[in-house]
Write a protein that binds this ligand. Sequence first.
Ligand SMILES: [Zn+2]
Length: 323
Amino acid sequence: MICGIDIGGSKIELGVFCDQYKMQNNWRVPTPTTDYAAFIDVLVKLVKQADSYSSQASTEQRKQVQVGIGMAGLIDAQGKSLSANVPCATGKNIVKDLSARLNRPIAVENDCRCFALSEALGGAGEGFQNVFGAVIGTGSAGGLVINGQLYKSRQGIAGEYGHLQLPATLQQKYQLPRRPCGCGLPNCVEGFISGPGLLFLNRHFGGNAPSVPDLIESLRSGDPKASIIFDCYIDLLGASFAALILSYDPDIIVLGGGLSLIDEIVEQLPATIKPHLFAGFNTPTIKRAKFGDASGVRGAALLTLSKQALINYHAASCGELTH
Ligand SMILES: [Zn+2]
């Protein structure tokens, strides 16, 4: 059996999967964010719980589950983490520390890249060659999967489309102020296209909706101000997606994260991307994620697959293999 661990700022979820990638069991615990020793201890305890579940539930000889981890943040070339959500992990080598405690190899990847992998293999991106998985929620980031394999870029930062800068033309068009980003760059689109970004636009245009669901409710009831706010939002999101299409030209973009649950976004996005692309070129297929929140643990579990296993899985899901 294999397990995927999704580490968020408030909770850690572990899912145990059978060899067909169906979740068999899962556990959630709060994330220790300020004490690194406690953070590692919690992960060790969870994996041992998965080991004991696996040895009871499976007839396999192997008693140890394989471990893949997805977490928000980046891993640098020296293996050190940079995580805003789990500050105690920043500067630490989680792979080294955890594999020493658990006596097995550990795979770690950014959570949005895990989302992309999960949706490309058996998810909404199944059957497509080049799948971009884009999360739009508290933040905005994604990952590219080519022929069933996650594109591993030199520094692991490819897919961070939320940190492209807002185009000056759109800044002027909507008279938007600059919004310095937590990453250190001066005006990332994430500050406008994420959930908090949408609420910022709401305030910018003088809206008084206290939350995104309230704003969407106003939009659906025909409120003209909500309509102005949403039109600006979807234009900015369309421009951001056009930038990633110009970079990767994927066959499909799979949307995840809280904002992907809003029908208007999924439906209107293709038409709002088009004006930001070259004339005569099409937008790719755009779909909502199949696994939703479960993609975090599922994508992390898929990290444990070997390169060849991923190719076989993808080929099988595209109908090229019949085993
Ligand atoms: Zn940024």
